[in-house]
Design a protein around this ligand. Structure first.
Ligand code: HEC
Ligand code: HEC
Length: 152
């Protein structure tokens, strides 16, 4: 007898829950109907800044050890090839047009290999600069964020 009552109750509750779920239309967080195909977002333009021209603009880092983001345009320098790494032409040099260039850190140099003239040699795992350092477009975040990174 007890079993029948609980079974009936369970069936009633289940019917109510499923019933509600099927009558409530899902609300989409992206503001469009669920069945509507996604629209590709507008193409964003990467920074047009030529490195070393105008005021230097370093982008604040979000956490220690983050690969700094590239504050200038890199279109002329990619893709990097075995024969040519234009990033190295500048980032191993002190300055360009009288402006200081941020140097690659010691972490980027081989700990075991040195060039014949004793100069440090780039660690090959760091050769593909743009796998870690990426240029930025002026794209506002899709949702509000109050995250504050490092001030440096
Ligand atoms: C013509 C010289 C030049 C070339 C080539 C160049 N850079 Fe730069 N880079 C600079 C200068 C100068 C700055 C300082 C910001 C500015 O003035 O644009 C800079 C800034 C940076 C920074 C920011 C460093 C920090 O501490 O925040 C990164 C990362 C960087 N470049 C990566 C690259 C990568 C990756 C490439 C190759 C795809 C490259 N750069 C090619 C000159 C150059
Ligand atoms: C495997 C990821 C990786 C690759 C590849 C890489 N970097 Fe970095 N880079 C980092 C990280 C992480 C940092 C910040 C910590 C540090 O200095 O090691 C950094 C720091 C830098 C800085 C700022 C140094 C400072 O002292 O503030 C410059 C400039 C830079 N990298 C340029 C380059 C260039 C040019 C290349 C290509 C030759 C390159 N990086 C390849 C991860 C990478």
């Amino acid at each position: 007898m007890k079993k029948t009552v609980s079974l009936t109750l369970a069936t009633l509750v289940a019917t109510a829950v499923i019933g509600c779920a099927t009558t409530m239309a899902p609300t989409s967080m992206r503001g469009a109907d669920v069945m509507t195909a996604d629209k590709a977002p507008a193409l964003k333009q990467y920074s047009e800044k030529t490195p070393g021209v105008g005021t230097p603009q370093l982008i604040a880092r979000n956490y220690p050890t983050q690969p700094p983001m590239v504050p200038h345009n890199i279109e002329k320098y990619v893709p990097l090839t075995v024969e040519e790494n234009a990033c190295m032409d500048c980032h191993q040099t002190e300055e360009i047009r009288g402006q200081k260039i941020p140097q690659i850190g010691v972490s980027h140099y081989s700990k075991t290999v040195k060039a014949k003239d004793g100069k440090p040699v780039l660690e090959m795992s760091r050769f593909q600069c743009d796998s870690c350092h990426v240029p930025q477009a002026d794209a506002p975040p899709l949702v509000e964020s109050r995250f504050v990174g490092l001030s440096k």
